[in-house]
Design a protein around this ligand. Structure first.
Ligand SMILES: Cc1cc2nc3c(=O)[nH]c(=O)nc-3n(C[C@H](O)[C@H](O)[C@H](O)COP(=O)(O)OP(=O)(O)OC[C@H]3O[C@@H](n4cnc5c(N)ncnc54)[C@H](O)[C@@H]3O)c2cc1C
Length: 419
């Protein structure tokens, strides 16, 4: 680690310079799924190299478990580890938050006013949850029957809502934005419905899937496979319904009805339980940075994951502009492309032409207790199954793989740079 002190140049002199500002060969923004995975791979492949991760959180979450946590299948504490325990050995953890990028000078600025320079920058701060975008949501989540598996703090309340239902209307929403894990809004609905079915009260509950989308799932084969599941639980599917506001005291959800992407009408639905998948967008500090594309995402080539303007910058995970399903499974594939390309650039001055991210994403659609449809697909929405079986069939084996095996693979494989 090389101390820069005041060597950063004229522009920086005019700002507050912390004397401990440092230079790192590889600087990673975000110690989530993508940041830790790439750090571990770089350290493993290059042996002892200089990797630093800027990450403000004390806790690292395995978010794919939150569906099971919300349904009361697994304890929510199982989805978290202390950040210090997932940081790869030999990586420097900078406990701070990035606020600005100065890519022309290879510098990032943090909330503490520190400046860090780098040789290679990997941008992986995830996606931003816009709780405030729906009036009535932020102030009432975790109360009055409004719940979400997208909020760790209130995950137990999801299960409380499910258990408290004896009859009435349960709404499950899907937003009109990009969001992480395309299947999560449905997975929690199917698990809830199965709980009510097992209790013998499903016929007293009007389960409605209210989605801003025009289809139930963006991959045709998967949408078809979900048909019988929807029928089994008697789910009322309301497409092109975008949650716009919540009148929490009256327990009314207000939806705008979409046509050609624009609101043409408004409806109100009274509910007893409202599970919200909140609107999401690129983090604000990315949107307002020179790294973003027109929509605010980190502007990278969809196959090489290299920034379209700055050759020593790469991005992967939920913050990237690549048009894949935003999942941890995608990160597993993307990380190999990022690490391989950076090492190739370092050694040969060129990207590794044998590496190309094909848009792989995976959505393990839990359709009930002991039942899962494993959807895997690429940019072209072509099914890309990992196993030589019909994955469009609900399977107990896939359910237990997701519940018991994948978390182990995550903590001990992916985050260690092995998977
Ligand atoms: C309910 C739910 C269910 C899901 N189910 C699945 C599933 O079944 N399968 C699957 O593959 N995926 C699933 N996912 C999606 C998966 O968790 C994400 O796609 C994955 O975590 C993305 O990794 P990431 O590193 O881009 O973001 P994250 O893992 O979210 O990490 C981002 C990190 O960046 C940090 N950060 C943010 N801002 C800054 C800043 N300014 N400076 C520095 N650091 C910053 C954050 O603190 C965080 O640690 C699910 C997600 C949710 C919420």
């Amino acid at each position: 680690m090389e101390k820069l002190h005041t060597k950063l140049g004229k522009d920086v002199d005019s700002k507050k310079i912390n004397p401990f500002t440092a230079h790192h060969k590889f600087l990673i923004v975000g110690g989530g799924t993508a940041g830790i995975t790439v750090a571990a791979q770089l350290i493993k492949k290059l042996k002892k190299t200089d990797v630093a991760i800027i990450e403000p959180s004390e806790v690292h979450y395995y978010q794919p478990m939150w569906t099971f946590n919300g349904a009361g299948v697994l304890n929510k504490e199982k989805s978290q580890r202390l950040m210090k325990n997932v940081m790869p050995k030999n990586a420097v953890w900078i406990k701070d938050r990035v606020t600005e990028f100065e890519p022309e000078r290879n510098v990032v600025v943090t909330a503490s006013g520190d400046f860090y320079s780098y040789e290679y920058l990997i941008v992986a701060p995830g996606i931003q949850i816009d709780w405030d975008a729906i009036p009535g949501l932020a102030e009432n989540i975790g109360s009055k029957g409004i719940c979400s598996i997208y909020c760790y703090r209130h995950i137990d309340y999801v299960n409380e809502c499910i258990q408290n239902m004896n009859g009435g209307t349960a709404l499950f929403t899907q937003p009109n934005t990009k969001f992480k894990c395309g299947g999560a809004p449905q997975k929690i609905m199917y698990l809830s419905s199965d709980i009510w079915k097992k209790k013998g009260i499903l016929d007293k509950i009007d389960v409605q899937f209210t989605s801003a989308g025009s289809v139930i799932f963006g991959v045709k084969e998967v949408a078809e496979a979900l048909g019988p599941v929807v029928d089994r639980y008697n789910v009322d599917v309301k497409l092109l319904h975008n949650l716009k506001a919540i009148k929490a005291d009256e327990k009314i959800a207000v939806y705008e009805i979409l046509k050609d992407g624009k609101p043409v009408d408004e409806v109100e639905i009274k509910y007893d339980m409202l599970h919200v998948t909140p609107p999401q967008s690129s983090p604000d500090f990315i949107k307002h940075s020179p790294l973003s594309d027109a929509e605010g995402w980190v502007d990278v080539d969809k196959h090489t994951l290299q920034h379209n303007k700055y050759q020593n910058i790469f991005s992967l995970g939920d913050a990237g502009s690549t048009p894949n399903a935003k999942t941890g499974a995608s990160v597993r594939k993307q990380s190999k492309v990022v690490t391989g390309n950076i090492i190739s650039l370092l050694k040969t001055g060129k990207l590794d032409s044998s590496l190309s991210y094909d848009g792989y994403g995976s959505c393990p659609l839990i359709t009930g207790f002991g039942k899962l449809i494993l959807a895997e697909f690429d940019y072209d929405k072509k099914i890309t199954p990992s196993l030589p079986i019909n994955q469009m069939k609900e399977r107990a084996s896939m359910y237990y793989m997701k519940k018991d095996l994948l978390p182990l693979m995550y903590w001990h494989g992916m985050l260690k740079g092995r998977a």
